[in-house]
Design a protein around this ligand. Structure first.
Ligand SMILES: *Cc1c(COP(=O)(O)O)cnc(C)c1O
Length: 354
């Protein structure tokens, strides 16, 4: 039986996508060859790459608005460095909302001055800072839209005069936004749009090319753009499955449709966390993530019982990250509402048992 997969990443993907992807590994669309044995320069794969690039822009509402999409390697973690390589001339600003932001800051510091404009480190990142002032002389401001580990999410983005760069690894394509407010968006595919191995980068063309340092080819967005995301061999399988996942999302009705389902899932779990006296939410209420719900038991002696109960119910991947402890229910786009229902039933069963 398929488990209810709450894994934080790599994580659940739509069943139909996995079915189609597994077939393509044997034979791609009746061409007598496997997806993973054809040249990335073949017309079949070039079409897949172009479709994956255009679907990303279309779903984000950025088609024809001066943006380009790339599928790169090295994960979101390489973007921490690439962003600085391509845009950090003098000083960049970062909002530090968790482990991933901190890692992005560490890489940027290798190349220039970094101003930590705001941070929620004082409370183990259980909230999103507000009311900070963004200086106008920064090369860019970097944010993390959803903090996968701590379960917080930025609901309102600051108005800035400087370019806005955002790590959206764990909530891209999950909620509607005016994406044209951002100058560069990146996301490791393995949270909400595909398997591990590729990273989506969406960049506003006009912000490229201003930095004075020499950029190694593999780290230069302009090099990748000039080669239509084929400067070197792309992660063909990961790009293909990402393309299928974006097509699945488009067929479903796009971001607007999935956002509605995501909100239902989030309100189901959070109302249980709030009503059930055996659980405490970790994140501050107004900053709660609709993707990753973090919570703890009020009575640690119930841990073994609860763990046994959710495993028995066919739930996978509920353990919290070690820096928060407790539990984390990751509810990415492909997780059905029913799975959240199963988890909530287990939580209320625990209360009934006392
Ligand atoms: C998982 C994650 C990362 C790291 O992604 P990799 O692809 O493993 O480098 C970065 N940022 C956020 C917000 C994440 O959730």
């Amino acid at each position: 039986m398929k488990k209810h997969n709450f894994s934080a990443g790599p994580c659940i993907l739509p069943k139909d996508v996995m079915q189609k992807a597994s077939e393509a590994v044997i034979e791609l669309d009746g061409i007598g060859l496997s997806l993973i044995e054809i040249s990335h320069r073949s017309k079949e794969f070039v079409a897949i790459m172009e479709k994956a690039r255009s679907l990303a822009l279309e779903l984000l509402g950025l088609e024809g608005k001066g943006y380009s999409a790339l599928y790169l390697q090295g994960g979101a973690s390489l973007q921490f460095l690439m962003v600085a390589y391509n845009f950090l001339e003098n000083k960049a600003g970062y909002i530090n909302t968790g482990t991933w932001s901190s890692k992005a800051i560490k890489e940027a510091k290798l190349l220039g001055d970094v101003l930590e404009v705001a941070s929620s480190k004082d409370k183990n990142f259980n909230y999103i800072p507000r009311g900070y002032v963004v200086p106008n002389d920064l090369d860019y401001l970097h944010l993390t839209s959803n903090n996968t580990i701590f379960g917080t999410q930025i609901k309102e983005f600051p108005d800035t005069k400087v370019p806005l760069i955002c790590d959206m690894s764990s909530d891209i394509f999950s909620r509607q936004m005016d994406f044209s407010r951002f100058d560069l968006i990146y996301a490791g595919a393995q949270k909400n749009m595909g398997p591990a191995g590729t990273t989506l980068v969406v960049v506003k063309d006009e912000i490229l090319g201003d930095v004075s340092r020499k950029i190694p080819s593999m780290l230069d967005y302009q090099v990748h753009l000039s080669k239509d995301s084929m400067f070197n061999t792309p992660a063909v399988f990961a790009v293909y499955v990402s393309m299928l996942t974006l097509q699945w999302l488009k067929d479903l009705g796009g971001i607007a449709a999935i956002e509605e389902i995501n909100e239902k899932k989030a309100s189901l779990i959070y109302s249980e966390i709030d009503l059930n006296p055996l659980f405490n939410g970790f994140a501050k209420k107004e900053d709660r993530s609709s993707m990753n719900a973090t919570f703890t038991l009020t009575d640690e002696s119930l841990k073994d019982t609860f763990d046994e109960m959710w495993k028995e119910a066919g739930i996978n991947g509920l353990n919290g990250h070690r820096s928060v402890g407790g539990y984390r229910a990751s509810m990415y786009n492909a997780l059905p509402l029913d799975s959240v229902g199963v988890l909530v039933d287990v939580m209320s069963d625990l209360e009934r048992r006392g």
